[in-house]
Design a binder for this molecule. Structure first.
Ligand code: C5P
Length: 225
């Protein structure tokens, strides 16, 4: 059996973007490299956890030792998350598209030549984090959300923690000047029920390791009480 601070625990992680088809060649997506989510999966494996990584389309390899489920759309991601439960800890790192095309076209949408623009009707995607956080039975003991903001980072992320029903929110400033998106470094604030912890800038790998260490500490603390 595995050893480590998360031995015997199942950690479920979403990572990457989702792709919502408009037609066979076009899609709606958010910018997301998957680097932070994949790093968290690697850190959880290193801590001895059983890890399920539900990932949207990314250019990264699957972390060794994780069960990786590849999905395209938000609906597929929600289904894969449900199928992976129960989990002790769920960390929602994916940049899920908020909307999808109401009825994706079966064939490539063609330009008409007379300048007429296609009308794209959107419908809202399910909020995966919110759905899982509000489960009446089988809710993971600890649910961690991410909040990518470009202004009022802590205020917006604090509100998001409450609105979504997450236990913790990891807030990061992704304004263009920070280079966080697609980059290897991150500066985050961990928002819990009791307050805000602002961590120094570090690599995404170090953010992952620090987060996993905090989670291990919480679970061990809970077990002792
Ligand atoms: O509302 P916003 O997209 O900023 O919330 C970010 C958090 O919610 C992230 O943890 C993200 O993975 C999660 N989320 C989700 N499903 C959605 C939208 C966001 O799980 N449809």
């Amino acid at each position: 059996s595995s050893s480590g601070s998360l031995a015997g625990r199942h950690v479920l992680i979403t990572s990457g973007p989702t792709h919502e088809p408009i037609d066979p060649v076009r899609y709606i997506a958010n910018r997301s490299s998957g680097k932070q989510g994949h790093a968290i999966a690697a850190a959880a494996i290193a801590a001895g956890a059983r890890v399920t990584l539900v990932s949207g389309p990314v250019a990264l390899g699957a972390p060794a030792g994780a069960t990786t489920v590849q999905v395209q759309t938000a609906e597929e991601m929600l289904n894969a998350v449900r199928a992976a439960l129960p989990a002790d800890v769920a960390i929602f790192c994916a940049a899920v598209a908020d909307w999808r095309a109401a009825s994706p076209a079966d064939e490539k949408i063609k330009k008409t030549g007379d300048g007429e623009k296609p009308q794209l009707e959107l419908v809202e995607n399910p909020d995966i984090l919110k759905t899982i956080a509000h489960m009446k039975t089988g809710r993971p003991n600890l649910i961690v959300g991410f909040a990518a903001e470009t202004e009022n980072v802590i205020a917006f992320a604090t509100r998001k923690r409450r609105n979504k029903g997450a236990d913790w929110t990891v807030a990061n400033d992704v304004s263009t000047h920070t280079g966080v998106m697609g980059g290897d470094r991150n500066r985050v604030h961990l928002i819990t029920e009791t307050g805000v912890d602002s961590w120094p800038e570090m690599s995404k790998r170090e953010v992952a390791e620090t987060l996993i260490a905090r989670i291990s500490a919480l679970l061990h603390d809970k077990a002792r009480r």
